[in-house]
Design a protein around this ligand. Structure first.
Ligand code: ARG
Length: 489
């Protein structure tokens, strides 16, 4: 198979490999490999394509350039390169940045990755000074720095999307703080709750998600640069300065750890997996609630699709797809754990495989959060159906038991009394609140007219009046606290 054909296997639809018409007149094969000094033979064409990462890591170009500018600034401050060389490097990098942004940068597979593509273009553009940029660093500390810079920004974006979704939840919880619906355990009607309370449960899950991401961001904001290949460098570098220029909290303590650590990627995909697990649970509820059997909510048409064969269908495709996408994110977490599990210190080429799972996790999570935050405010509640469902499942049975306990009956006995009353209702096809007083009294003489206060759905929810309870008053207070939390974040 010809080399070009083999490369085509890898990059059939890609816009890279334009090295022949490069404005930087980049040369091909061995001449062009920045590490090829000791090599006598050209790289096998298939190996070249197989080992290259530029197709996907070119995405790190803005971070790579920012890292290089900080590195060059530090080299000049330390007298390792001259002020003039520094300026020439920074100007050259900014021109390259402009070309990349304009889509006119000639990415080359022969130059393997984003780092060597940019460095080669810089040298082509500015000459000797470009060759000095790599002094005191290695691609090993360079790539570890780039990914952290990139992920840091992405976490910031994801956190703001989570806050937007939380805001949407508050917006729909507030007007539904009194809306009665059945609460479920085992997907069987358990006790009445309010729709607002249910929305606020989702809010809490997302608060934990946001704090997990913030925690991950804090731990990853440590700078690998200066670790060089693995052991540090012989030049008198100032790592504190580079860290400060790049907004890192500190330089990494240990050079071996700095180049090989990918814990932050695993932590991130783990936090992302938990967000996706939550979104998948929300999705599942939206799917169930919008079915004809439940009919608790109506999803806006703009988040559903129809069926090509069944004209009556309105399918909840968006929540279904989000539920489905959780699988690929969990997969990425497993891929990264497995990628790292047997690697000896320090850097190994295995690590190049960290990027695609990470990129795909971020892209999909971003999309899911965005669409969720847009979809939630467009939900409408079908109050009558929720109420009717709460009526149907003996949702106030626990309230009757609690009533008996207050009147001096031990809980276990009360449980049995209520069980008998429920059996009577099942036979008659009615709700507990629809039994006559004498019918109830045959099970316990302590039952009085006031029992009907607790058997109503409103009485039941209002009675759970403590922090974290479903009483409308508590739900309103929880919404207010949540709003304050969001506003102060
Ligand atoms: N493309 C490489 C990666 O993503 C950059 C580091 C390569 N280092 C090396 N020693 N081969 O990990």
């Amino acid at each position: 198979m010809a080399a070009a054909e083999m490369q085509g296997i890898f990059y059939a639809n890609s816009v890279i490999c334009h090295c022949f018409d490069s404005p930087y007149s980049i040369k091909l094969m061995s001449d062009n490999r920045l590490w090829a000094g000791r090599f006598n033979e050209p790289t096998d064409a298939f190996v070249e394509a197989f080992t290259a990462s530029v197709e996907f890591d070119q995405r790190l170009a803005p971070q790579d350039i920012a890292g290089s500018i900080a590195h060059a600034t530090m080299l000049a401050a330390q007298g390792i390169i001259s002020g003039e060389e520094k300026r020439s490097i920074i100007d050259g990098l900014n021109v390259i940045k402009g070309k990349i942004e304009a889509g006119s940068f000639p990415w080359s597979v022969a130059l393997e990755d984003v780092h060597m593509n940019i460095e080669a273009a810089l040298t082509d553009a500015i000459g000797i000074a470009g060759k000095k940029l790599h002094t005191g660093r290695s691609r090993n500390d360079q790539v570890a720095t780039d990914i952290r810079l990139w992920l840091r920004d992405e976490i910031d974006h994801l956190s703001s999307e989570i806050a937007r979704l939380q805001q949407a939840l508050l917006k729909i919880a507030a007007p539904e703080a009194d809306t009665i619906m059945p609460g479920f355990t085992h997907l069987q009607t358990a006790q009445p709750i309010t729709f607002g309370h249910h929305m606020m449960a989702w809010f809490e899950m997302l608060s934990r998600d946001a704090s997990r991401l913030a925690d991950c961001r804090k731990r990853m904001n440590i700078m690998p640069l200066g670790a060089a290949a693995l052991a540090g460098t012989t030049y008198p570098i100032d790592r504190d300065l580079t860290a400060e220029l790049l907004g890192f909290d500190a330089p990494a303590e240990n050079s071996l750890d700095a180049v090989s650590d990918r814990d932050f990627a695993i932590e991130f995909t783990s936090a992302a997996s938990i967000v996706m697990m939550h979104l998948s649970r929300f999705s599942e509820e939206l799917i169930i609630w919008s079915s004809a059997q439940f009919a608790f909510i109506e999803l806006s048409d703009s988040f559903c699709t129809g069926s090509s064969i069944m004209p009556q269908k309105k399918n909840p495709d968006v929540p279904e797809l989000i539920r489905g996408k959780s699988g690929r994110i969990f997969g990425h977490l497993m891929a990264l754990l497995t990628l790292m599990k047997s690697q000896p210190l320090a850097y190994n080429k295995d690590n190049q495989e960290d990027k695609e799972p990470l990129f795909d996790t971020v892209d999909n999570l971003k999309g899911c959060l965005k669409i969720f935050a847009d979809m939630i405010p467009a939900i409408s509640c079908r109050h009558d159906n929720m109420r009717a469902a709460a009526m149907r499942g003996f949702a106030t049975a626990t309230d009757l038991a609690d009533y008996l306990v207050v009147k001096g009956i031990p809980f276990r006995d009360a449980h049995e009394v209520v069980g008998k009353a429920v059996a009577l209702c099942v036979g008659k096809g009615c709700d507990l609140s629809e039994l006559e007083l004498p019918e109830l009294q045959q099970f316990s003489e302590v039952i009085d007219e006031d029992v009907f206060d607790v058997l109503t759905l409103e009485g039941s929810v209002a009675a759970r009046n403590h922090i974290g309870g479903t009483a409308p008053q508590q739900v309103r207070a929880a919404i207010q606290r949540a709003q304050e939390k969001l506003d102060s974040a």
